[in-house]
Design a protein around this ligand. Sequence first.
Ligand SMILES: C[S@@+](CC[C@H](N)C(=O)[O-])C[C@H]1O[C@@H](n2cnc3c(N)ncnc32)[C@H](O)[C@@H]1O
Length: 423
Amino acid sequence: MSDTGLPARRSAIYLLDQIIGEGKLLPELIGAGVLDRLEPADRARAQRLATETLRGMERADRILQKHLQKYPPLTVRNALRVGTVELCAGEAAHGVVNSMVGIVSRHKRYGHLKGLVNAVLRKVADKGPEQWPALRTPRLPKWLRGPLVEAWGGETVLAMEAVQFAGAPLDLSCKADVDAVAQATGGTALPTGSVRLADAGQVSALPGYTAGDWWVQDAAAAMPARVLDAQPGEAVLDLCAAPGGKTLQLAASGADVTAVDISEGRMERVRQNLIRTALKAETLVSDAFDVTGQYDAILLDAPCSATGTIRRHPDLPFAKDGSEFGALIEMQARMIDHAVSLLKPGGRMVFCTCSLLPDEGEVQAEEALVRHPSLTVDRAALDRPGIDPGWITEEGGLRLRPDHWADRGGMDGFYLICLRKTG
Ligand SMILES: C[S@@+](CC[C@H](N)C(=O)[O-])C[C@H]1O[C@@H](n2cnc3c(N)ncnc32)[C@H](O)[C@@H]1O
């Protein structure tokens, strides 16, 4: 890793420019290789800096606005934001200020603003660290906060924002023995069967990674496959499978799993995960709408707004504005309809989304029940260890939110429901 931190800081600023200015998502940028030229330690630091800056952006902007008469161009503003977040986290002032001045001074168009960066960050270094903790918890942008307050109420949204600001622990799903994985990794077994690590460090260095004893999967994301409860020998379809956390759970149950995803690149990650864990599933790169056949059980983890994953993906509220959500909601309904046609009589399907918006959860389920009189809600499927009865919804689904288990570090937002095809 570079001693000066300069490459990581420059890259963090670039990531923020792309996310805020161009609407790109962080995983998209990483996948496109924008950090590939950095050494691994600098790559990790750049990602961490960008992520922490996005989480603390509102506080950074409040501190900065005291020292700015007008907003500088986005790149310079992002340099100030990263610098402010670092300074307020206790990073040594000379390193942060010198790096940011150095980065801006070499900028083709904004080099002349290096004096501003120097002056502002020196003031932030002086007072910022004591101002930071007194500022309110950063809020979600209005386009998302409005619908969430309408759905869950203001207090719940504040509680979700507190969990999102705190970031996420690392959860593992285990191939077999949960207690053995908890002991080996120093984690805690959660009531629903996942293992939680507060400070994981490098994932591939954890005991059991190479042996494939576990895979990374948020405790909430592990619930749909638990509720589907695939049995050995059943024909199970995982309709939107990549990167494969749920495929691995289904395969570990001994079911005969077919994993489908439209993306070849993402499906390659499913294959790699199956190899590492020595689990078996057939992988099929295909549009879900082209899949045929009849299955005992189907997991439909439909593409969605991903608004339930913001504590791990704080880039989302900055890159998106909600304008794509209508098309996603419409596609989810069509995917449910197609999945129903692939279910054997008596078969069951879990529909789920990692969304906090009822339109992608509760409403979607209620409308599917109206469109398909052959479907009934399998409420008994939710009779699983660790499920709080308060999480069960009126129509018989499961609503998981970031503020659930807040004292344990929260969980991703998810909705799921188990639907059974009668006759
Ligand atoms: C929410 S992610 C699935 C996560 C996955 N179930 C897991 O647990 O790791 C949604 C997936 O749907 C895939 N997808 C989107 N449209 C699709 C389509 N028309 N047919 C099949 N897969 C699709 C995306 O490539 C993406 O991998």
